[in-house]
Design a protein. Structure first.
Length: 268
């Protein structure tokens, strides 16, 4: 099973790019973030023509997450539990894969940026991460394979940033942010890319400004975290930087996870 995560930075504005990449890469499941559209304006028909079912949790002009899959998507749960007052569309979870056995629980998440850190946005980011950790702990108790993929807006380590000193006080790299990310890993989750590739400069984001892309001034902020059961199925994980060089590209690129097919569908 090939699962991709990609912050597309407006699904309608980048639709041509996304469809072209899907045709070339042929992933089984795609986790999309930063849709910047509501469910009724999501290009569901275009993705259906490309062979994908879609589960969408949208928001006008901001945020928005979706799951695409070549097989039917079931047991969809939009929204991250833990705060009934949170109206931001940043999390959607569902089961994908063979419905008669071999399914995997997946989530597409768009973690808050948190900048400026002096504003209310940074405490919101940290509280959102606490909710994510609590939810991941609940998922772990089910002992099923699950994948948390998306734009985490977290630079885990210095090697994941072209200029660690320059980003030291940014919400993406502040020590408190990185500790929250480490708390997720300490539950027993696996950073899939680092389990497969220990090299530096495995960037997934390049800003539109200051020539970041041609100068390779990037960040690794898009991640797959896997449960132990999913980690047992891990075959590969890699960044595909090619879409960043396309016309009207997103500032993020896909990360592609490959899992061996599980033998049965776990209860959820």
């Amino acid at each position: 099973m090939k699962i991709a995560t990609w912050n597309v930075n407006s699904v309608n504005a980048r639709l041509h790019n996304v469809l072209a990449w899907l045709e070339e890469a042929r992933p089984d499941v795609v986790l999309l973030q930063e849709l910047k559209t509501t469910e009724d304006k999501f290009p569901r028909m275009e993705f259906a023509v490309a062979g994908y079912d879609a589960a969408v949790f949208g928001q006008k002009a901001w945020n928005g997450v979706a799951i695409l899959a070549r097989e039917k998507i079931t047991a969809v749960e939009p929204g991250l539990p833990g705060d009934a007052t949170d109206e931001q569309a940043r999390y959607i979870e569902a089961t994908v894969g063979h419905q008669n056995g071999g399914g995997v629980r997946v989530a597409s998440l768009y973690l808050p940026n948190g900048n400026p850190v002096e504003s209310e946005k940074y405490p919101y980011k940290l509280k959102w991460m606490e909710r994510l950790r609590a939810h991941a702990a609940r998922l772990l108790r089910r002992e099923q394979p699950f994948v948390l993929g998306g734009d985490y807006n977290i630079i885990p380590e210095a090697r994941d940033c072209h200029d660690p000193q320059g980003w030291a006080d940014d919400a993406l790299f502040r020590l408190e942010s990185r500790r929250k990310f480490r708390a997720l890993l300490n539950l027993g989750l696996t950073d899939a890319l680092r389990a497969c590739n220990d090299k530096p400069e495995q960037y997934t984001f390049w800003d539109y400004q200051a020539g970041a892309w041609p100068r390779n001034h990037g960040l690794r902020i898009d991640h797959f975290l896997l449960s132990p059961q999913a980690t047992d199925l891990l075959a590969d994980c890699a960044v595909d930087p090619a879409p960043r060089g396309a016309d009207k590209a997103s500032d993020h690129v896909p990360v592609v996870l490959t899992l061996r097919q599980p033998t049965k569908l776990h209860n959820i």
